[in-house]
Ligand binder design. Structure first.
Ligand code: NAD
Length: 500
């Protein structure tokens, strides 16, 4: 579907959308074996959106069986790298041809602003598949430096059957970040999208089949995480699980692995990310806009949301005034409106959790300087205003816990050492941003911050070429994106040859 980024065209297209709501197992859409369904809700209206197959352990078993058969038969794993590349490139093309439809699915299902879906999530996902496809036949393996009587090859082989458990905040993009490297390296996969946002992953499966991904290689089972996510993680025939979600759930997955077959677990988890503005930071108008984007983009429902602004005491008043002024640009509204920058929270219970955090900020004595309320009640949606707290103390709940909403806490410091200590004062370590005019100083501080990605003089998660993942309790074992993501889905094998 070709879709113009203008209100009328978007409303019309949204009204005509149809949904894939069954599980996709072994190359075809099927109901859950138990026949049950669940209702997914449009968070911008509070109204039902679609009725989706509520898969259970039996469906996971069927999907894993199909994936295992396809892997053992080598219909994907043993195709030549160049052939796999061509199929994945076709897959990327099919996504691009259906960009408008997929963008609308994520917009309606997750409440994500349509402009973000069409200009960021979808183009990034297409590029992600292309990047991993192109990498397939560009990477060489190794020959070790043995003596003259031997040749030793060090090769990477696909792991087998991988479970990919996805979060709801970037539905299609997180699917792409997982599927790109998993499929590029020749594995078969069972995807478990988040219960709230299964629609784009279910449609993606059909596009993959059209592109030539063989039956059984890519399966999608929607449903409740505690039921099917757990079944996937405990399954004895699954070789690895790639998970993005909450740190507490990640912890649980490691237990499932320990109790079952010691499957590899790759965890991309939460964050409580600092934005550090050093004394010599440059243009404060620019920094104010970057800082607002860093915390409020995707409603703050973003693992790399910079929810702690750590600013030099001398700059705080001026920077905060600029941010409050520019916050008017962060329009809260219907995700279908191209002007909207903040859509609803994903669901009512999550909105309540975010509002509870705001109440705790007030009751613990932080200064509420912007927002702080539910808004647009008449829509029936779960909207929360962009919110800023000043004079936050490191021990406060809003300073320590991942809120996953549009809420910023502001802290001040006097020396770079204090800034680094504040930045690192968290169990998380996913991303950080840092502002300074002095490259040596910025480099010194960037090295001292314990986070997987530190962006200097901007808010950025890098691009397809850079690994993304966390230090400390923000991650475990691997990285999304870049060639490093390929390694976690492969085994290393040595072939030692005795020469005659
Ligand atoms: P979540 O942990 O509630 O759910 C993630 C997925 O796990 C869902 O598919 C869910 O159904 C499933 N799940 C839930 N319980 C399970 C269980 N017991 N066993 C197996 N699977 C289970 O997380 P969420 O609320 O969807 O996502 C928000 C979290 O994800 C935040 O903490 C955010 O920071 C994190 N996140 C991290 C990254 C990253 O790259 N590090 C990216 C996006 C989101």
């Amino acid at each position: 579907m070709n879709l113009k980024l203008e209100s009328k065209a978007i409303q019309t297209a949204a009204g005509k959308l149809t949904f894939r709501t069954q599980a996709f197992i072994d190359g075809r859409y099927v109901d859950a074996a138990c026949g049950k369904t669940y209702v997914s809700v449009n968070p911008a209206t509070g109204k039902p959106l679609a009725r989706i197959a509520a898969c259970e352990a039996a469906d996971v078993n069927a999907a894993v069986k199909a994936a295992r058969r396809s892997f053992d038969q080598g219909v994907w794993a043993k195709r030549s790298p160049a052939e796999r590349k061509h199929v994945l490139l076709r897959f990327a093309e099919r996504i691009e041809q259906n960009l408008g439809e997929l963008a609308l699915l994520d917009c309606l299902d997750a409440g994500k602003p349509i402009t973000d879906c069409m200009t960021m999530d979808l183009p990034d996902s297409v590029h992600c598949f292309r990047w991993h496809a192109e990498a397939i036949d560009k990477e060489y393996e190794k020959v070790s430096p043995t003596g003259p009587s031997n040749v030793a090859l060090i090769v990477r082989e696909p792991l087998g059957v991988i479970g990919a458990i996805l979060p709801w905040n970037f539905p299609i993009q997180m699917a792409a970040w997982k599927l790109g490297p998993i499929l590029a390296t020749g594995n078969s996969v069972v995807v478990k999208p988040a219960r709230q946002t299964s629609l784009s992953a279910l449609r993606l499966a059909e596009l993959a089949a059209e592109a030539g991904i063989p039956e059984g290689v890519l399966n999608v089972v929607p449903g409740n995480g505690a039921v099917i996510g757990a079944a996937l993680c405990k399954h004895p025939d699954v070789d690895a699980v790639a998970f993005t979600g909450l740190t507490e759930v990640g912890r649980q997955l490691l237990q499932y692995s320990a109790e079952s077959n010691l499957k590899r677990i790759v965890l991309e988890l939460g964050g409580k990310n600092p934005q550090v503005v050093l004394e010599d930071a440059g243009d404060l108008d620019y920094i104010a806009r970057q800082a607002l984007g860093c915390v409020f983009w995707n409603m703050g429902e973003n693992c790399s949301s910079g929810s702690r602004l750590i600013v030099h005491r001398k700059l705080k008043t001026k920077l905060l005034a600029r941010m409050i002024e520019f916050s008017k640009e962060w329009i809260v509204g219907s995700p279908l409106d191209p002007a909207t920058k903040i859509g609803p929270m994903i669901e009512e219970s999550h909105m309540r959790k975010v509002l509870d955090y705001i109440e705790s900020g007030k009751s613990e004595g932080a200064d509420l300087v912007l927002g702080g309320h539910r808004t647009l009640l008449k829509t029936g949606g779960y909207f929360v205003e962009a919110t800023i707290f000043d004079r936050v103390k490191p021990a406060m709940k809003i300073a320590r816990e991942e809120i996953f909403g549009p809420v910023l806490s502001v802290f001040t410091f006097d020396t770079d050492e204090e800034a680094v200590a504040l930045a690192n004062d968290t169990p998380y370590g996913l991303t950080a941003s840092l502002y300074s005019e002095n490259v040596s100083r910025a480099h010194r501080v960037a090295r001292a911050i314990r986070a997987g990605t530190v962006s200097v003089n901007c808010f950025s998660e890098g691009d397809a070429t850079t690994p993304f993942g966390g230090y400390k309790q923000s991650g475990f074992f691997g990285r999304d994106k870049s060639i490093f993501a390929h390694y976690q889905y492969t085994e290393l094998k040595t072939i030692w040859i005795q020469l005659a």
